[in-house]
Ligand binder design. Structure first.
Ligand code: NAP
Length: 250
């Protein structure tokens, strides 16, 4: 199994890509802590993994709150003895061109998508140091690589994730702590259901942006995250894994 003896913490693990990653990690032998603000969904995912023989604990986690991160990391250490992997996956997406974006909307998106990743990284590192190293996988977006026109704050937040990843990678490489970012194109999840994939026309527009002729599924991203989380990627740090059906290759 690809994550045997590993302990992973996944933020935003109650649904969407985080849920699929949690289930894949558990199938590959990891003990998994999932953190989310969605308690019912989080407990459902916990039960589904444990019923299939995996080991999973749900913890309430608002990624903007430092004390929540302290509790989530402590849960991994208390329940499973250590922390090897952090997937900073939680995020929100809201439409808004620069002129349409209020300071409140800007702060909301930056708080969750950018500060949330910073806080998770900050609190995971001491525990990874104790474990002798670790792997941090930060979910950015194609919107963190190229200018997108539908959400100024979202693009800015995902660009910050890309460079925080490189800062983390270069700062902690000597301690065996790796950090890489993942850049998905449009993926079919509850996040995109109400906007980029909400009707046939929107779906066709989204599909047309991807040379491979489809939007992505959560599994497309989860297998990339699995690779970066595992020791198979042990010579990778500070890198960008683009999973976008060719969107940014154009
Ligand atoms: P999703 O289905 O909305 O899942 C994200 C999860 O994070 C939800 O359970 C969400 O809960 C949770 N969350 C939101 N705010 C949180 C907070 N403050 N603390 C903890 N959890 C919080 O979205 P997804 O598509 O799986 O997205 C996962 C990641 O991929 C995000 O970082 C997203 O930006 C990135 N991404 C997605 C796409 C895409 O096309 N789907 C493309 C590129 C990158 P709520 O439902 O309550 O908000």
């Amino acid at each position: 199994m690809r994550l045997e003896n590993k302990v992973a913490l996944i933020s935003g693990g109650a649904r969407g890509q985080g849920e699929v990653e949690a289930k894949l990690f558990a199938r590959e032998g990891a003990k998994v802590v999932i953190g989310d603000i969605l308690e019912d969904e989080g407990r459902r995912v916990q039960a589904e993994i444990n019923e299939l023989g995996g080991e999973c604990v749900f913890v309430t986690l608002d990624v903007t709150k430092e004390e929540d991160w302290e509790r989530a990391v402590a849960t991994a250490a208390d329940q499973f003895g250590k922390l090897d992997i952090l997937v900073n996956n939680a995020g929100i997406f809201k439409l808004g061109l620069v002129e349409e974006t209020s300071p409140e909307l800007w702060d909301e998106i930056m708080d969750i998508n950018s500060k949330g990743v910073f806080l998770g990284t900050k609190h995971a590192i001491p525990e990874m140091r104790k474990a002798g190293g670790g792997s941090i996988v930060n979910i950015s977006s194609v919107a963190g690589l190229i200018g997108t026109q539908y959400s100024a704050a979202y693009g800015a937040s995902k660009g910050s994730v890309r460079l925080l990843t490189k800062a983390t990678a270069t700062t902690y490489a000597k301690e065996g702590i790796r950090a890489n970012s993942v850049h998905p194109g449009v993926i079919e999840t509850p996040m995109t259901a109400p906007n980029l994939l909400n009707d046939d026309e929107a779906r066709e527009r989204s599909i047309a942006r991807h040379p491979l002729g489809r939007v992505g599924q959560p599994e497309d991203v989860a297998y990339g995250v699995l690779f970066l989380a595992s020791d198979e990627s042990s010579f990778m740090t500070g890198s960008e894994l683009v999973i976008d059906g060719g969107l940014t290759a154009q």
